[in-house]
Design a protein around this ligand. Structure first.
Ligand code: SAM
Length: 372
C-alpha cells in the first residue's frame, strides 16, 4: 500500500527500509569492512552484534567467575594457573579456560605471562555485592528463558522459577528472607541515587511502602537525621526488619507497620511515602489501587516518591526493556513503565501532578515525585 503523504512518519519508515536493505547486503558489508573511514564503524557494529549473539555465554562465564571465588583470589596478588586451579577446585585446563574467558570480559587481566589479577570490571564487581547477588539469582531467569518464545506464548499465570521465587503473599518466612536479602544487597545503590535526587529532609515523616527489611529507610535515615520513619510490608517480611533496624540503632525512629497494601489501609501521619521497586512488579489495575490507597493516606501537601528502573529514560540503555521487560514477564506480572506512564497512573489515582527526578545513574533506578 503506498504510504500517505500526510503521514509524518512515512519518510522515516522509507529511510529505515532503504538503510536496512543496504546494511543487510553482503556486498555493502564487504565494502564497509575494507573502506578506511567506515571500517572502524563497521567493525564496532559487527562487534556489538556478535556480543548480542554470544551474550548468554558471557553471562554464564560471569556466574562461574563469581561462584568459583576468582574475584577474591585475583584481588591482591598475581596468581598462576596452578594456584587458580587449586583454589577454584578446577583442573588446570578448565581453570585456564575460565580465567581466559574472564580476561576476555575484563573481569581478569594477565599481568605477566601466565599470572593473573582482576581486570577493571572484575575490580568493580568485587566491590558490588548487590551485583554479585543478582548474578547468582540469574540462575532462575536463565532457566525460565531457556525457550524464550515458549515463555512468551505461555499464559503468564503459568508457574515459572521466578514467579515461585517472588510469590510475595505465599512465601514462607525463609523464602521472604531470601528475597529480602537479595533486595537489600542492591538497595544501597538505589537509595544513594534517590537521596541525591530528592531532599527527604523537607518532610516530617517518611513511610516506605513495601520496604522489606528496611534497607532504604536505613539509608535515608543517615542522610535526613530529623525525619521520622516507617516501613509497611507483609507480616512475614516486616518481622525480619526489626533486627536490622535495631542493630542500626534506629528502633526508636522507625515504626514497623504490617499489612497487605492491596487490602489494608496504609497508616496515616506520614507526609511522604516512597515506593521503591514496587510498581514494576504489578500489572496496571493493582498499581492503580495501590496508588489510590497511598493518595488517601497522604495529607494535603503530601508527596509520593516512586523509584524503580524505568523505560524510555536516557542513560538506561537496553536494561529496561531488554532486561527488566523479560525479567518481569518471566515473573508473571508487572512491566517496566516510563515516567509519564507512572505519572499518569498517579494522576488517575487522585494525585494532582508529578515531575521526574534527575537521577545520576538511571540504569539502577529512575525516580518521579507525585504531588497531592
Ligand atoms: C521487589 S521487593 C522491593 C523491596 C524494597 N522496596 C527494595 O527496593 O529493596 C517488593 C516488596 O514489596 C513487598 N510486598 C509485595 N506485595 C505486598 C503486599 N501485598 N503488601 C505489602 N507488601 C508487599 C514484598 O514483601 C517486598 O518487600
Amino acid at each position: 500500500m503506498p504510504s500517505s503523504t500526510h503521514d509524518p512518519h512515512a519518510l522515516r519508515a522509507r529511510w529505515v527500509a532503504w538503510r536496512n536493505r543496504v546494511l543487510a547486503s553482503r556486498s555493502f558489508q564487504r565494502w564497509a569492512s575494507r573502506t578506511p573511514i567506515v571500517r572502524r564503524i563497521a567493525r564496532k557494529r559487527a562487534g556489538d552484534l556478535f556480543d548480542l549473539v554470544a551474550g548468554f555465554a558471557y553471562s554464564q562465564a560471569l556466574l562461574a567467575t563469581v561462584e568459583s571465588g576468582l574475584l577474591d583470589l585475583l584481588a591482591e596478588h598475581p596468581q598462576d594457573l596452578t594456584s587458580i586451579a587449586r583454589e577454584t577446585g578446577l583442573g588446570e585446563a578448565a581453570a585456564s579456560r575460565l580465567v581466559r574467558a574472564a580476561a576476555a570480559l575484563d573481569l581478569a587481566e594477565e599481568v605477566s605471562p601466565g599470572r593473573w589479577m582482576l581486570g577493571q570490571h572484575g575490580a568493580a564487581l568485587r566491590g558490588n555485592m548487590g551485583a554479585q547477588a543478582m548474578i547468582r539469582h540469574h540462575r532462575l531467569l536463565y532457566r525460565d528463558l531457556a525457550e524464550p518464545l515458549d515463555l512468551l506464548r505461555a499464559d503468564r499465570r503459568c508457574g515459572t522459577s521466578l514467579s515461585e521465587y517472588w510469590n510475595y503473599p505465599a512465601q514462607d518466612h525463609d523464602g521472604a528472607a531470601a528475597y529480602s536479602a537479595l533486595m537489600a544487597a542492591s538497595q544501597e545503590m538505589v537509595a544513594g541515587q534517590i537521596a541525591d535526587a530528592y531532599d527527604f529532609g523537607r518532610h516530617h515523616a517518611l513511610l516506605d511502602v513495601g520496604g522489606g527489611h528496611g534497607a532504604f529507610i536505613r539509608a535515608i535515615a543517615a542522610s535526613s537525621p530529623s525525619l521520622e520513619l516507617g516501613i509497611f510490608d507483609l507480616p512475614h517480611v516486616a518481622e525480619g526488619a526489626g533486627p536490622a533496624i535495631k542493630s542500626a540503632g534506629l528502633d526508636r525512629r522507625v515504626a514497623i507497620h504490617t499489612g497487605d497494601f492491596f487490602r489494608d489501609p496504609l497508616p496515616a501521619g506520614y507526609d511522604c511515602i516512597s515506593l521503591v521497586r514496587i510498581l514494576h512488579d504489578h500489572d496496571d489495575e493493582p498499581c492503580l489501587r495501590l496508588l489510590a490507597a497511598i493518595r488517601r493516606a497522604l495529607p494535603p501537601g503530601g508527596r509520593l516518591v516512586v523509584a524503580e528502573p524505568m523505560s524510555g529514560v536516557r542513560g538506561t540503555g537496553p536494561m529496561s526493556d531488554g532486561y527488566f521487560g523479560l525479567y518481569l514477564w518471566a515473573m508473571g506480572s508487572g512491566r517496566p513503565r516510563n515516567p509519564a506512564e507512572i505519572g499518569s497512573m498517579a494522576t488517575r489515582a487522585g494525585f494532582a501532578n508529578w515531575k521526574g527526578l534527575s537521577v545520576a545513574q538511571p540504569v539502577i533506578t529512575s525516580g518521579i515525585v507525585c504531588f497531592t
